[in-house]
Design a protein around this ligand. Structure first.
Ligand code: NAP
Ligand code: ZN
Ligand code: ZN
Length: 348
């Protein structure tokens, strides 16, 4: 079995170690990728800390992967060695259920196969992109448009599509007022993409020092989520709120920011995901509260094409593999996504 160097968390609470992990010999429909970059998503931390329970250790996180095709199986038709590609949060799904046949693999009735910490269909446990190489079925491998550098493209595979998908579904565009809650990896792309789509964009955050960056990315306003006076001035203002915050928020306060028929979409996933709200916060103005999970393969392709067409890449800080433990401790300081340069992942 071929092996790959990887940054591994052997157990909950244990430090990262560099190990050799097994990668399968490519099957007919597989693509083997030499990984060049991998973004650090807050979800990696949720899994590493076992915030939601059920993490499979040893864990190799990472689902914002870009690299170059090294080898393809006999039945692969769309990709060839040397192609620039990416892999996001999914490496499999049943392919037969309603959502899968409708091209919404992220809502597969059997649950999609996550890029890491999942039991794959052959019984093995998936291991993610904090590693030198990965083997993934062709269907879940995305071509990276030439205009996008591989490092700034990596976060588009999770953070980018996770915000682009709901912004499209709820029709952010000219004439709509969008509020993005929280500006980290997801939020900064949410602000940028919503602005490029033509919406009036407000960043609602807890870091006033990010206001200047938010304006540069296309927001017209910053409001401090902790300041009730600032929020009161925006009551009923928004058509769409995109909540990327990985911590509980006052749902009634947020819902009150929506106008008639407005929608609050949760993409942030707190450790304690149970939130409560007053029913009157909904029926007062026919408001909607919902959530959205990453995006389909098709939506990921659309995100990459949209970002290429509009010159959108993630704002990144590239780090060597040795800095990953530090990056995890200081994620809140990233501007706005740490991306691992996988060439620096070497044997100890
Ligand atoms: P991130 O880079 O850490 O950014 C989160 C931002 O939220 C922070 O920069 C901060 O922005 C704000 N924040 C407010 N309170 C916070 C707190 N107590 N702890 C941390 N941040 C806080 O995270 P991310 O990678 O964007 O991911 C955000 C959330 O989305 C995570 O829960 C992640 O698991 C989830 N996620 C969901 C999906 C999905 O499919 N739905 C996909 C990817 C990620 P301000 O400084 O502006 O307040
Ligand atoms: Zn992610
Ligand atoms: Zn399915």
């Amino acid at each position: 079995m071929p092996s790959s160097l990887a940054l591994t968390l052997p157990a909950k609470g244990a430090p990262f170690t560099v190990t050799a992990i097994e990668r399968r010999v490519p099957r007919d429909d597989d693509v083997r990728i030499d990984i060049r970059y991998c973004g650090i998503c807050h979800t990696d931390l949720h899994f590493g800390h076992d915030d939601w329970g059920g993490t499979l250790f040893p864990l190799v996180p990472g689902h914002e992967i870009t690299g170059v095709v090294a080898e393809v199986g006999a039945a692969v038709t769309s990709l060839a060695p040397g192609d620039r590609v990416g892999v996001g949060c999914m490496v499999g799904s049943c392919g037969k259920c309603g959502p899968c046949t409708a091209g919404e693999e992220q809502y597969c009735a059997e649950g999609f196969v996550k890029t890491y910490s999942a039991r794959d269909r052959d019984g093995t446990v998936t291991q993610g992109g904090y590693s030198r190489s990965i083997v993934v079925p062709e269907h879940f491998v995305l071509r990276i448009p030439d205009e996008l550098p591989l490092d700034r493209a990596a976060p588009l595979l999770c953070a980018g599509v996770t915000v682009h998908s709901p912004l499209r579904r709820w029709q952010a565009g000219p004439g709509s007022r969008v509020g993005v809650l929280g500006m980290g990896g997801l939020g900064h792309l949410g602000v940028r993409i919503a602005a490029v789509l033509g919406a009036e964009v407000t960043l609602l955050g807890s870091s006033p020092e990010k206001a200047e960056d938010a304006h540069r990315l296309g927001a017209t306003r910053f409001a401090d989520l902790r300041d009730r006076r600032q929020l009161a001035a925006l009551r009923g203002h928004f058509d769409l709120l995109l909540n990327t915050v990985p911590a509980p928020l006052d749902m009634d306060l947020c819902l009150g920011l929506l106008g008639l028929g407005g929608t609050l979409v949760n993409v942030g996933a707190p450790s304690d995901p149970v939130a409560s709200y007053n029913t009157f916060s909904l029926l007062d103005a026919r408001r909607v509260i919902t959530g959205s999970s990453i995006g389909s393969v098709r939506e990921t392709r659309e995100t990459l094409d949209f970002c290429a067409a509009h010159g959108i890449g993630a704002e990144i800080e590239t780090i060597p593999a040795s800095r990953v433990p530090h990056a995890w401790r200081t994620l809140a300081e990233a501007r706005y996504r740490y991306v691992i340069d996988i060439a620096t992942l070497t044997a100890p």
